[in-house]
Design a protein around this ligand. Sequence first.
Ligand SMILES: C[S@@+](CC[C@H](N)C(=O)[O-])C[C@H]1O[C@@H](n2cnc3c(N)ncnc32)[C@H](O)[C@@H]1O
Length: 272
Amino acid sequence: MLTPLYFDILRTIIYENTGIVFEEKKSYFVENRVKEHMEELGISSLKDYIFKLKKDKNILRDFISKITVNETYFYREYYHLKALAFLVQKENFGFPIRILSIPCSTGEEPYSIAIVLSEVLINPLNFEITGVDIDKNAIIKAKQGIYSKRSISKLPSQYLKKYFIEINNERWQIKDTLKKRVKFYEGNVLDRIFLKGLGKFHYVFCKNLLIYFDNKARLKAVNNLYDITAEGGYLFLGHAESISNSTALFEPVKVEGTIVYRKVTEEEDEEF
Ligand SMILES: C[S@@+](CC[C@H](N)C(=O)[O-])C[C@H]1O[C@@H](n2cnc3c(N)ncnc32)[C@H](O)[C@@H]1O
């Protein structure tokens, strides 16, 4: 049984390394993951395990992989893909259009974006998509691009035929032509230096992550994303993740019936 003290030490490690806040009621979840990890490592004392977590980056990465929630699927929150399709045809950012999906989990979101853009852009070489997630195992799966029935259940069947190879009745693999359009990296949205190294993006998808953060981590993430969003670029957040009350860096705009956030440039800000 995880004592309150040990739970507190573990959730502090999680928060400092990911921004994710675990409340007391989630103690059992952390406990189960820790137990499983300790068994895998052959460690029987919690004190030794915590010592290893703090000292060994690879053990920490494995732990983070265990406690992250990777829930995602193709064409999730389709209204945002529709808004993106509208914007790429209306805005004139020049080419290639650069899109970031952070967190990308196992890849369904960036590949969905790649499908939509392949359908609406005349030249498929006109876009570059980057997927980033803190979970190293999610990134390995994203690079493999093999998906279950559950992952593709919302994907229109014509796109399944066009962009996937059927391995068997249960599994489909993304075709290489689409795979080449997406680059994946293990990384943290709170790591400013890492993010800056990726360059600037015209569209940033940061969906279903900030909901797990507290205000401090949320603001840090939004500040980091502001820095890597191109002038006039757009931020897409999950439906429960409004930032309009906490920052003026992005302004909400309605696109195709949904809210997305447009980067407020320094000049625009000075007008007020
Ligand atoms: C629920 S999934 C969201 C995936 C996708 N954006 C979607 O909406 O379907 C949340 C992901 O956030 C990742 N994550 C958690 N903390 C992170 C951080 N600090 N930086 C980057 N990714 C993080 C997790 O590994 C997990 O894959």
